[in-house]
Design a protein around this ligand. Structure first.
Ligand code: MRU
Length: 361
């Protein structure tokens, strides 16, 4: 961000409490929540006051540190049992974003290896801080690697919000956009408004404005027409979970964009940290898709937009089959098809450069 607009403080540990920027109130208001109870944190996550897969992981990790620091248990076994219970509650809040479960497991793993109850609380907080720092660094690396795929003067279409707000760091797809902009590539961004909760219109637009990156907001349904008119050069999105075969779960509407991109012979890229890759999930069919309350669809800003009694379905995510994905940009390198090989290699070896070769379209 510019000197006048520092990085938003999305989530932090603040004197034994968790401080959260309430994203549900942006862009109208920059309000913060001070949380000292994990049930309140779980509610805030469900209500999307914090959201975005990597940011959810960071918040959940601090949540376990909070549980450990507030516990009355005197012995390590009792404390661990309480932490596991808290982890179960937090894990169930947003089932699609694998970063949440991944971060909880990392903190629990660190706690299990520590000696006493006091040490466990300290270890949990250190591990949460480490996860947070790693996500910040991953975003910068994703930005550097991904910017190489963005031509100078390009218009990049993106969906949902994948910037600092979604990552508690630098950003994934927005990270790629930020770095390309910082490199002086004179890019423009088309921002899908992202129905029904408007993460694109409210949050990505807010971030891009603070960063001084030129952008235009469009309704989700306008993406195809923009592509047909030749107004888009590439699509870059984030991910909530990437299966071992390269299928990608991301904000609902992503699949339609991928199909449209293929039809219009445009590159479609996914930017995500390796914490979003879930090799234990074989394909996208196995990814749990969060179903959110119907009133997010039937009402807007508290006003009903459908007739009384209208049924509504509200899947919060969709699955884009791997065959539409030109590249997966991670902090460790850029994976290309076939993903079952390139993603495994990326996670297994930690090598920076994975499979190279031109995208199919
Ligand atoms: O429902 P949300 O707002 O949590 O969904 C967020 C997304 O779909 C993002 O694209 C994804 O989490 C990647 S964030 C870097």
């Amino acid at each position: 961000m510019t000197a006048e607009s520092p990085e938003p403080n999305v989530v932090s540990w603040n004197a034994g409490r968790i401080r959260l920027l309430d994203q549900s109130r942006l862009p109208a208001e920059e309000a913060y929540l001070e949380i000292d109870d994990c049930r309140v944190l779980a509610k805030a996550i469900r209500e999307m006051r914090i959201r975005g897969a990597p940011a959810l992981g960071v918040a959940a990790a601090y949540g376990l540190a909070l549980a450990a620091s507030r516990s009355s248990a005197v012995d390590p076994a009792g404390l661990l049992a309480q932490m596991e219970e808290t982890a179960e509650m937090l894990r169930s809040t947003r089932p699609t974003a694998v970063n949440l479960a991944w971060a909880l497991e990392r903190v629990l793993g660190a706690a299990r290896e520590s000696a006493g109850a006091t040490a466990m609380a300290e270890v949990a907080l250190s591990e949460a801080r480490r996860i947070h720092q790693e996500e910040i660094e991953a975003g910068r690396a994703i930005g550097r690697l991904g910017a190489e795929l963005v031509p100078a003067g390009a218009t990049v279409l993106t969906h949902c919000n994948t910037g600092a707000l979604a990552t508690a760091g630098y950003g994934t797809a927005v990270g790629v956009i930020r770095t390309a902009h910082e490199q002086g590539k004179r890019i423009r961004v088309l921002v899908d408004e992202t129905r029904p909760l408007l993460q694109g219109a409210r949050l990505t637009a807010w971030e891009l404005q603070r960063l001084g990156i030129p952008f235009t907001v469009i309704v989700d349904g306008a993406a195809g027409e923009m592509m047909r008119r030749g107004r888009v050069d590439c699509v870059v999105v984030g991910a909530d979970r990437i299966a071992a075969n390269g299928d990608v779960a991301n904000k609902v509407g992503t699949y339609s964009l991928a199909v449209l991109a293929k039809e219009n012979r445009l590159p479609f890229y996914v930017a995500a940290p390796t914490s979003t890759i879930d090799l234990s999930t074989a394909t996208g069919d196995e990814i749990p898709i969060e179903e959110r309350p119907a009133d997010e669809v039937t009402a807007f800003a508290g006003t009903r937009t459908t007739p009384d009694g209208a049924a509504a379905a509200n899947p919060a995510f969709d699955v884009t089959p791997a065959r539409y994905v030109g590249a997966v940009i991670t902090e460790r390198g850029i994976a290309r098809p076939p993903y079952d090989e390139s993603l495994a290699r990326l996670l297994g070896t930690g090598a920076r450069a994975v499979k190279t070769g031109a995208s199919k379209w």
